[in-house]
Ligand binder design. Structure first.
Ligand code: GTP
Length: 208
């Protein structure tokens, strides 16, 4: 079981996007496999940790859940620093949240490290809509439609981003996996959320 103790590598990912698009629910789905209908906006910043095997390596994912509300924008900006990957989330039923992706993208350009891996996510896919693919192509990034409610594509999305970051940060030369027998193009998922360690980043962590 991936409990994080054998993980030599930690990758830091942030979820950004307007308030209410479902960032916390995506994280909850990814870490606990559950979904809540009630909406409690994130105050400041929150995080979860999950360890996953990717191409034979135990990788600890430190997943930062930022607050979408405007008044927390400066806190979010501080967390871009040191992030390896950013998940840009909009709500497929909310045109404003889609239009605001360009503002979130600007924030990434201003505050995140160069070369940070990005992925665009149209969440609430259980409620339908299509237009993300075109926008993702414009930015030259991948696109996923997810549903935190049904679980559609949630694991695939996080694990693909983790794999892309791993290729850039951990194995830039295409190293051999540590455990060849575990090599797989679609990484196996250990649904156990590991909460054994605290993130190294500084700053307040207020959560919901
Ligand atoms: P902030 O913390 O304010 O930035 O919001 P958030 O982006 O974290 O939103 P949150 O995850 O709290 O979800 C907001 C609302 O959307 C909640 O009522 C959720 O139940 C609902 N929701 C989230 N994901 C989905 C989804 O995939 N499908 C549907 N139908 N509803 C969803």
């Amino acid at each position: 079981m991936a409990d994080g103790k054998n993980a030599k590598h930690t990758l830091k990912m942030l979820l950004v996007g307007d308030s209410g698009v479902g960032k916390s629910c995506l994280l909850q789905r990814f870490s606990d496999g559950t979904f809540t209908h009630s909406f409690m906006p994130t105050i400041g910043i929150d995080f979860k940790v999950r360890t996953v095997p990717i191409e034979g390596k135990e990788i600890k994912l430190q997943l930062w859940d930022t607050a979408g509300q405007e008044r927390f924008r400066t806190i979010t900006a501080a967390y871009y620093r040191g992030g390896h990957g950013v998940v840009l989330v909009y709500d497929v039923t909310d045109q404003n949240s889609f239009s605001h992706i360009k503002i979130w993208m600007k924030g990434i350009e201003q505050h995140a490290s160069q070369g940070v891996n990005k992925i665009l996510v149209g969440n609430k896919a259980d409620m339908d809509d299509k237009r993300g693919q075109e926008l993702a192509e414009k930015y030259g990034i991948r696109f996923y439609e997810t549903s935190a409610k049904t679980g559609q594509n949630v694991d695939d999305m996080f694990l693909l981003l983790a794999k892309e970051i791993k290729h850039r940060v951990i194995d830039p030369m295409g190293d051999e996996p540590e455990e060849p027998q575990a090599t797989s193009s679609s990484p196996k998922v250990d649904l156990t959320s590991s909460k054994d360690s605290q993130p190294q980043a500084s700053g307040g962590c207020c959560g919901k």
